[in-house]
Design a protein around this ligand. Structure first.
Ligand code: 8YV
Length: 323
């Protein structure tokens, strides 16, 4: 039997590209640039399987194709809000993601941003490199203490739990949660956590809030001008989830007007373009979507995407099927 034709839309770590070639007739994107809508339409007609990433256009328009040959989109990444699931389903295309393997590294980046924003690490480094550091003094670049503070977590899936673990066991933080579904008593007890039923309450009661919910239309601007106005002035807001979860203009205003203390962002609405309001916002640390960017995790993501794809062509239900 001939191997299924698999398009890998962005370059993967070598070990996983090699593994892919053992089981699939693989096409790599040698230029490693995101696929546009027309490229994606062509790909849907030419390949048995596609492994896309967050940078690929898979909206409803992209799925407007006839004679589709693609049977599975084995997404390289846990978030799949860039894929219009109803359109994929309508064409009978299976969609999978790569959960678990990136939870630790994404929580590590959230922690990095939280510490950097609280302790003004970005500002400090910029001052030093600009040769503007005049030396130590008791009142120099005073930040916020992290240990023992209250950490609000929005979205309590695997990454949210990994964040709670770091905050609670590593930094003695009090954990508060906002999640649309009821968090089990066992999990709440594990982190000595309390669940609130509104984002406003969480913002009012937390020193730090970290976002770990999915993106997409249902969570678009979950953090907005009206609920940011409820936050404590000490609030440090962290986003490693998806850019659209925060109204970025409202965040920039809150930082400018000091209604909150600081923020740390790893993801952006419309990335890699950054809203100009954010570029000039004070007390903001920004990273270029590095959540899962470690060798170990990027390899595991590839192996997980391949495992899903192989299971599908072996007639099984892939373990990470989302549609
Ligand atoms: C990925 C992520 O690198 O997995 C996710 O959802 O946000 C990132 O860590 C990216 O999405 C790859 O598609």
């Amino acid at each position: 039997m001939s191997k299924p034709k698999l398009l890998i839309t962005r370059r993967w770590p070598k070990a996983v590209e090699e593994a892919a070639m053992e089981h699939f007739d693989v096409t790599l994107n040698d230029k490693d640039i995101p696929l546009g809508i027309e490229d994606m339409r062509d790909a849907l007609k030419s390949y048995d399987a596609i492994s896309p990433t967050v940078t690929d256009v898979l909206n409803a328009k992209a799925f407007k194709v006839e004679d589709v040959s693609c049977k599975i989109l084995c997404n390289y990444g846990v978030g799949y809000s860039h894929i219009d699931l109803p359109s994929a389903q309508k064409l009978g295309i299976c969609v999978t993601n790569t959960p678990d393997v990136l939870s630790d590294c994404t929580a590590d980046i959230a922690m990095t941003l939280m510490l950097m924003a609280a302790r003004r690490a970005g500002e400090g480094e910029r001052e030093l490199r600009a040769k503007k550091w005049g030396g130590w003094r008791p009142t120099h670049m005073i930040g916020a203490k992290v240990t023992g503070k209250t950490l609000g977590i929005i979205g309590f899936g695997r990454i949210g739990q990994a964040m709670a673990s770091r905050g609670h066991f590593g930094f003695g933080m009090k954990i508060k949660i906002f999640s649309r579904s009821q968090v089990s008593a066992e999990l709440l007890e594990r982190y000595n956590a309390e669940q609130f039923n509104s984002v406003e309450t969480l913002l009012r009661k937390s020193d730090f809030v970290s976002l770990h919910c999915p993106g997409g239309t249902s969570n678009r601007h979950l953090i907005n001008a009206s609920n940011l106005a409820q936050a404590r002035p000490e609030l440090v807001l962290i986003n490693t989830a998806r850019g659209e979860v925060i109204d970025e203009v409202a965040l920039a205003n809150a930082l400018e007007n000091k209604t909150i203390k600081a923020a740390g962002l790893d993801v952006f609405d419309g990335e890699p373009n950054i809203n100009p309001n954010l570029m000039t916002a004070p007390n903001l640390v920004m990273l270029p979507h590095l959540g899962s960017a470690t060798r170990e995790t990027r390899e595991e993501m590839g192996f997980r995407a391949l495992a899903n794809c192989r299971a599908f062509f072996e007639g099984e239900t892939p373990m990470d099927k989302v549609a």
